[in-house]
Design a protein around this ligand. Structure first.
Ligand code: IMP
Ligand code: MG
Length: 176
């Protein structure tokens, strides 16, 4: 049986580094969205801690809504087509949408999600990702804000799971 301690590898991003980066991102977003209709769209489940911490550092008026998506898997590999399991609860037309994502890996999920939301005529749409694994990109997705760039390893903690576990770790680590 794998115990929690055995599964946690190297700490890649510490609690202190996360907290400092939230301040920076919050400040930058607050400057960029002055006078706009900012709405954070938190993609569940992985980004719930990130969205909660980041939102507390944003000083301009903003709303938050939640989506839950899953990739359709026709085979072994993700097709990038997403199925909406939970949609936002209000129309996004005319709003300045900032998608809050946990990690940008192949980019297939996020690229499809962005296309779906664009069809609803928001005033603007950008992506803020906690983590970026640029080495694995298959779809053209350019996050406007990135928390940290991580190596091409499977990572856990601070909302990110392996088999639904380890989301509660306060730092980001590799999986052994
Ligand atoms: P993709 O960009 O379409 O490949 O899918 C990204 C999604 O896969 C993320 O939102 C995560 O839910 C999941 N994912 C990708 N890499 C990792 C990882 O290293 N740890 C945990 N989840 C991951
Ligand atoms: Mg996710």
């Amino acid at each position: 049986m794998i115990t929690i301690v055995e599964a946690i590898g190297r700490i890649l991003v510490s609690e202190e580094q996360i907290s400092a980066r939230m301040e920076e991102l919050g400040r930058q977003i607050s400057e960029d969205y002055q006078g706009k209709e900012l709405m954070l769209v938190c993609v569940l489940k992985g980004s719930f801690l990130f969205a909660a911490d980041l939102m507390r550092k944003i000083t301009v008026p903003c709303q938050i809504d939640f989506m839950c998506v899953s990739s359709y898997s026709g085979g072994v590999k993700s097709s990038g087509l997403v199925k909406i399991l939970k949609d936002v609860s209000e129309p996004i037309e005319g709003k300045d949408i900032l998608i809050i994502e946990d990690i940008l890996d192949s980019g297939l999920t996020l690229s499809h999600l962005t296309q779906i939301l664009k069809m609803r005529k928001p005033a603007s749409i950008q992506v803020c990702t906690l983590l970026n694994k640029p080495g694995r990109r298959e779809a053209l997705v350019y996050p406007y804000y990135t928390g940290f760039t991580v190596p091409d390893e499977f990572v856990i903690g601070y909302g990110l799971d392996y088999d639904e576990k380890y989301r509660n770790l306060p730092y980001i680590a590799s999986l052994t």
